[in-house]
Design a protein around this ligand. Structure first.
Ligand code: FAD
Length: 285
């Protein structure tokens, strides 16, 4: 099938792009195209105009600031490809969960073109990076003709494949906070083949004091309609049971709800143990 007809604009300034979006209710942003183009081809989306942001200047950077107290972290511009973020040794040092999860996003060819910010805005609960942003309590900066605002991750995901960006807003940057001292992270997923969307993915962030885990939070991929985070600090004797009380796995063509619940039970203890080990190794390299 071929896409329905649409107008195409490739502006060279952010102002021009924002004006085009504001002037055309049915316009959509085109970034890496790795999600949008298949949707167009299947006619699951039929925008009247595509505003291609790939020629906009200054949006391709990955910048890192290791300080925790000063609000440091990894800043990812809207045109930074998954592969650019994954290639940044500094980003992997400042917030290791970003690289841990990105290595499971699709295949190299898709990571070479798809953008991390585009994945966040696309808001797929089967995608790794929306969950990572939510778990790390990051944010996205967006621009429109009305100005700029920062959307905390807790307010970014409205529903299945639905973010809280207005139709005329462009996400210009995502922010993943740095990993504090004494904390550790881990990510594991089960997919039919490496690079496929996960049947279930689980990430953990733990904080430790000495050998004790003082705080533990889990993020889940592919077990609900939106990225879900569960604090299991008070349930370390049965963290998977605690998580499943808040999750709502569903049947689909890839797996049954019961199988997804089983994978949660298998992955949660492994990921918590790996994150705790990561925290220890950071303390005693
Ligand atoms: P696009 O496809 O260009 O856009 C996606 C949506 O976001 C559109 O609605 C668009 O309007 C909007 N958008 C994009 N950027 C902005 C912006 N800056 N401001 C406002 N709106 C914006 N992803 C995973 O997470 N895990 C996987 O395992 C995985 N496997 C894949 C396998 C295949 C075969 C394919 C084709 C894709 C896969 N993906 C996977 C998706 C991939 O990660 C996409 O790159 C990503 O979801 C979207 O990024 P993009 O830059 O391509 O966005």
């Amino acid at each position: 099938m071929k896409p329905a007809p649409f107008a195409y604009l490739r502006p060279s300034t952010l102002e021009e792009a924002l004006a085009a979006l504001a002037g055309e209710q049915g316009a959509k942003v085109l970034a890496g195209g790795q999600s949008l183009v298949p949707l167009l081809s299947m006619r699951l989306a039929a925008p009247s105009m595509l505003v291609d942001i790939n020629a906009l200047p200054g949006l391709g950077d990955v910048t890192c600031d290791a300080s925790v107290a000063g609000g440091g972290g990894v800043r990812v511009g809207a045109l930074a490809r998954h592969a650019d973020v994954l290639a940044s040794a500094e980003a992997a040092e400042v917030q290791p969960l970003v690289a841990m999860a990105l290595s499971h996003v699709a295949h190299p060819t898709i990571r070479n073109r798809g953008t991390t910010v585009g994945s966040l805005v696309h808001a797929d609960a089967a995608a790794e990076m929306p969950m990572v942003l939510r778990l790390l309590e990051g944010s996205v900066d967006v621009a429109s003709v009305r100005g700029r605002r920062t959307i905390p991750a807790a307010e970014l995901f409205a529903g299945p494949l639905e973010s809280t960006l207005a139709h005329d807003e462009i996400a210009v940057e995502a922010f993943f906070p740095s990993l504090p001292d004494g904390a550790g992270v881990a990510f594991q997923e089960i997919a039919r083949r490496h690079g496929d969307y996960a049947l279930v993915g689980v990430a953990a962030v733990v904080e430790t004091e000495g050998d004790d885990v003082t705080r533990a939070r889990l993020g889940f991929v592919s077990v609900s309609d939106v990225p879900v985070v569960v604090d299991v600090s008070d349930s370390l004797d049965d963290p998977a049971g605690r998580a499943l009380a808040e999750l709502d796995p569903a049947d689909d063509i890839h797996a049954t709800a019961a199988y997804r619940a089983h994978l949660v039970k298998v992955l949660v203890p492994k990921v918590l143990a790996a994150a705790t080990d990561h925290a220890r190794r950071r303390k005693n390299p």
